[in-house]
Design a protein around this ligand. Structure first.
Ligand code: IFM
Length: 663
């Protein structure tokens, strides 16, 4: 039984449980909050791929109006989990059914009143979400229910919807608005199974007398309509049946078998659940915090290509295609970014919002001075373009989808390589190309030279891209011109010359590849020593003045990532030496790190280490773990890359294969 449960209520866990008990369908996400909660409790109905920015603030995804608000009074006593009259309280996430449940028993006038509610976001219809509320009482009571659409939205950098209008009448309620920047209409329309009276704005009231032992049921069926999308009616049970059927199908494709290990099985199922609720339903990609809110601006990072794509390639190939298509579709924006910095080719957005780079110049705030800190992720984390090229090549390797490659896939790969070529500097003394002034996956050390991960990734993807282009030119002579028409003349020759002369850091006498030029000269201290130097728990470790900057302590797997993506590049002995060398310096300050070490440990036959790193990663949102703050910036939410990385470790490394007896 894949049911996550939690009994009892704690106000401190409202935000954490919002993430932990999230439901979604790849397009909409609804946080695991309660019927009586509002913006203060971070109720969020997040929409994938719809962005808005308010002057002077970060642009982020839009949260919709909440159609499931409901406050109930029984004989005048509010049925609110924060009250005194709670007999018991439990919430549950049924991962098999993609459904959230809550049951709270209240003491009212010497009897018990049970509030049971369930909700799901349809796995079939992208704009549809449904809720059923059931009230039962031991004694005769009068119920007074306020229900409707709550237009008070929780935003990190909002408000995003303006010209808000709400109305409600009979069994219908609606709230509508327009995004501030582009004026895109967003409407939430909800139908109720019971008429609402005494309406105010998007809310109305229901008053009934409930007899002892009987139930009152209120169904709500809502749609989130963006742009000109139209409303169509359905009912709770019809929608639920289709939804459950689709979840059964999804699990039949995704189910893995942890071979009797109950803890691993649950953690794995939870990871798979999160990956399933993020599978895109349209022309967009997956944000770093999924559908749990607006953290990281709802933007798409390399997380998707490197940590999530493998799951979708194996389980939902149609979604894998959407993910790579997203990068091909945003190639013009990547070209523009490269051009704006004076480079050729395609420089992908570090934090992509439909291709546009949302990464700010000041991504961190100093906790002591409260001043913004200049970070260079946007300008210097150039490996993003290699990651995009790598993903497209992997996708092609798996699918042999020539049509996709001819329609932009190959052009994207070559444009990424061309970007690195133009970014590089030819060192006339050493007679080699170098990639200077970059940031590797380890973000604590900014503006370094020749980050091994970056150099190798561009080298390998460029080489593979050129080889593939040559193959395509032979195979499809008629398409040849078209394939290269948006690329500089003699691109293949240029890239060949470049890869031949690009500097690739080699293992030293101990077999260690230096993460970047000069890394070995940094202070040789471990993570705990550096942690003990912190003056504030939320202090930023990297950048120009961070505690880790002058030391060997790194935020996340870096050189190790290269071995994960290209396991055959070096011998097992070299991989092992680097694993042992870098692990003690790794703070795992990113949720991408543990799973990377889990995968690396699998590749060097360290099963026990792999297993515990896998669990750390797969359980991150069950524990409510992960950093909540980077300086003064809130970075909480779910961690899809940790789920995806855990899945890679489990499926490809630990041998938790597919279950034979799919039900
Ligand atoms: O992409 C990651 C990055 O590697 C570390 N900081 C968080 C980002 C989003 O998950």
């Amino acid at each position: 039984m894949k049911i996550l449960k939690e009994s009892g209520f704690s106000a401190e866990k409202i935000v954490e449980n919002g993430n932990k008990f999230l439901i979604g369908n790849g397009y909409l996400g609804y946080r695991g909050t309660l019927d009586e909660f509002g913006a203060k409790e971070c109720v969020g109905l997040n929409i994938a791929g719809l962005y808005d920015g308010v002057a002077g603030k970060w642009r982020e995804t839009v949260n919709a109006f909440n159609p499931f608000y409901c406050l109930i009074c029984a004989d005048g006593a509010p049925l609110d989990v924060r009250g005194e009259n709670i007999f018991s309280h439990e919430i549950a996430l049924d991962m098999e059914k993609g459904t959230f449940f809550r049951e709270t028993v209240f003491s009212v006038g010497g009897g018990r009143v049970t509030l049971f509610s369930e909700r799901f976001i349809s796995a079939v219809e992208k704009d549809l979400l449904c809720s059923r509320l059931r009230l039962t009482s031991e004694k005769n009571i009068s119920l007074h229910i306020t229900a409707g659409i709550d237009a008070d939205i929780w935003d990190l950098n909002g408000p995003h919807l303006c010209e808000v209008e709400t109305h409600c009448g009979g069994t219908f309620a609606e709230a509508s608005g327009k995004t501030q920047e582009l004026g895109i209409p967003v409407r939430v329309v909800c139908t109720f199974s019971h008429p609402l009276k005494r309406v105010r704005g998007g809310m109305g009231e229901i008053s009934i007398n409930l007899k002892a032992g009987e139930s009152f049921v209120l169904d709500r069926v809502a749609r989130v309509l963006v742009g000109e999308e139209g409303f169509s009616e359905t009912d709770f049970l019809t929608a639920q049946e289709a939804h459950r059927r689709e979840w059964a199908r999804l699990w039949s494709l995704a189910r893995l078998d942890a071979k009797g290990d109950a803890r691993a099985q649950f953690a794995l199922d939870y990871s798979v659940y999160h990956l399933l609720i993020l599978a895109p339903k349209g022309n967009y990609s997956i944000a770093a915090r999924g559908l749990s809110g607006q953290t990281y601006k709802g933007a798409v990072f390399w997380d998707t290509e490197i940590f999530l794509l493998p799951f979708y390639m194996d389980v939902l190939p149609q979604c894998a295609k959407r993910l790579v298509e997203y990068r091909v579709n945003t190639l013009p924006a990547a070209r523009e970014k490269a051009k704006s910095y004076g480079f050729g080719g395609a420089f992908y957005a570090w934090e992509s919002q439909n291709g546009y780079d949302a990464c700010s110049d000041f991504n961190v705030t100093d906790v002591f001075t409260h001043r913004p800190v200049r970070t260079y992720f946007k300008e210097k984390q150039i490996h993003i373009s290699a990651d995009v090229a790598y993903a497209i090549l992997k996708y092609y390797g798996r699918t042999q989808d020539d049509e996709f490659m001819l329609r932009g896939g190959l052009e994207t790969v070559l444009s990424c390589a061309e970007f690195a070529r133009t970014y590089s500097y030819y060192n006339h003394v050493k007679k080699r190309y170098e990639l200077l002034d970059v940031i590797g996956p380890d973000e604590y050390h900014e503006r370094v030279n020749n980050n091994a991960y970056t150099n190798y990734m561009f080298y390998l993807t460029a080489k593979e891209g050129v080889a593939l282009a040559e193959k395509f030119l032979k195979k499809y002579p008629a398409c040849g011109e078209k394939l290269l028409e948006n690329l500089p003349a003699k691109i293949l020759e240029k890239l060949k010359e470049w890869t031949e002369k690009l500097y690739l850091p080699q293992p030293n006498g101990e077999g260690i590849i230096e993460q970047f030029d000069g890394y070995f000269r940094l202070e040789d201290v471990g993570v705990e020593e550096v942690r003990s130097r912190l003056c504030h728990p939320n202090e930023y470790w990297g950048g120009s003045g961070g505690v880790a900057t002058a030391t060997r302590v790194i935020k996340q797997a870096d050189v190790i990532m290269l071995f994960n993506l290209y396991p055959d590049l070096f011998s097992e002995e070299i991989r092992r030496a680097n694993y042992d060398f870098y692990l003690p310096y790794t703070e795992h300050g990113s949720s991408l790190s543990r799973c990377s070490y889990a995968i690396a440990a699998c590749n060097i036959g360290r099963r026990e280490e792999a297993y515990s790193a896998f669990l750390e990663s797969a359980e991150i949102d069950l524990r409510g773990g992960g950093k909540q703050w980077a300086g003064e910036v809130y970075i909480g939410g779910t961690h899809p890359a940790a789920s995806g990385g855990a899945w890679i470790a489990a499926f490809y490394g630990l041998g938790f294969g597919k279950k034979e007896d799919l039900q």
